[in-house]
Unconditional design. Structure first.
Length: 295
């Protein structure tokens, strides 16, 4: 049980975390701060937070748990703003989609005195809509949470963070920040980039509206993530650009191979490439289902 959650960022992710903590009976009081006062006010109206804070510093004041649910580019400035109120007992986490840059920002902002209290976290969940109005207590249930500790992370805080997320119904995995960013460049960041590019390529054409009027479930599923928060994904793609660009090279190679197979005589090569992709997708889906099913 935590006495007080200082929530910095009262949008979808932060709001859902606060609601989940309340539902699980893990926190007595939630103090919230957002850059936009109207967001903080709305969060209180919806019962997501119990009281509004005028600053990140005041949200952290007297809190034994602080969650940063903000764009990753704002991590360092926010941690600098609250660091002199950090205590050895305070657990500080984030929910950003990149981790190497977040950990580096935390090290610079918190220094040796407080960096041990910081546990970088990435919940593998979300929605294509943003805002506290869409927050839900069940957002993290059954979802995977990646924790990326370093050698400076205090083991007690790491264990508290893992226990907390498990109490919210999440599955916890530990990785290094570097391994995290490499993996998610492939399975999250590049797919978002491709979805953005797909919608842009349609929009560039005079017949865009006519084409979109004919789009079906496949197009809807493929492009769903293109509706994600622009500011958040701007920061994610910039902060992990090296890994994303490396994955983009591999994607272009695969696309080129398919294009060449389309132009080559005979059907064998094209069908073989499609079959291989389909088999890999089916194998992944079966593995994901086994992991998600109860023992």
């Amino acid at each position: 049980m935590f006495e007080q959650l200082g929530l910095i960022g009262c949008g979808l992710m932060g709001g859902s975390f606060a609601l989940a903590m309340k539902k699980a009976g893990l926190v007595k009081r939630v103090i919230g701060y957002s850059k936009s006062p109207t967001t903080t006010e709305r969060a209180q109206q919806l019962g997501v937070i119990d009281a509004q804070a005028p600053s990140a510093l005041m949200a952290a004041s007297n809190s034994d748990l602080v969650l940063l649910a903000i764009p990753v580019a704002a991590t360092e400035a926010t941690l600098k703003a609250i660091r002199h109120l950090a205590t050895p007992q305070m657990l500080i986490m984030d929910v950003g989609s990149t981790k190497s840059d977040v950990v580096a920002a935390a090290e610079r902002a918190l220094g040796e005195a407080h960096i041990g209290s910081f546990v970088a976290a990435h919940p593998i969940t979300g929605r294509e809509v943003s805002g506290v109005e869409h927050a839900e207590a069940e957002l993290y249930e059954g979802r995977q949470i990646i924790l990326t500790p370093t050698e400076t992370t205090h083991l007690a805080h790491l264990d508290r963070a893992e226990a907390l997320w498990k109490a919210l119904g999440s599955r916890v995995k530990r990785m290094t920040p570097q391994a995290h960013d490499s993996a998610f460049a492939a399975v999250s960041h590049l797919p978002h980039l491709l979805a953005f590019a797909m919608m842009q390529s349609i929009d560039m054409q005079p017949e865009a509206d006519d084409y979109l009027s004919l789009a079906g479930p496949g197009f809807r599923d493929f492009t769903r993530i293109a509706a994600s928060d622009p500011k958040m994904w701007r920061d994610v793609l910039r902060s992990n650009s090296e890994e994303v660009l490396a994955q983009a090279v591999l994607f272009r190679e695969a696309l080129q191979e398919l294009e060449q197979a389309m132009q080559a005589p005979g059907d064998q090569k094209l069908e073989a490439l499609i079959t291989k992709a389909s088999s890999t997708r089916a194998k992944w889906r079966m593995g994901a289902q086994r992991k998600a099913s109860p023992n």
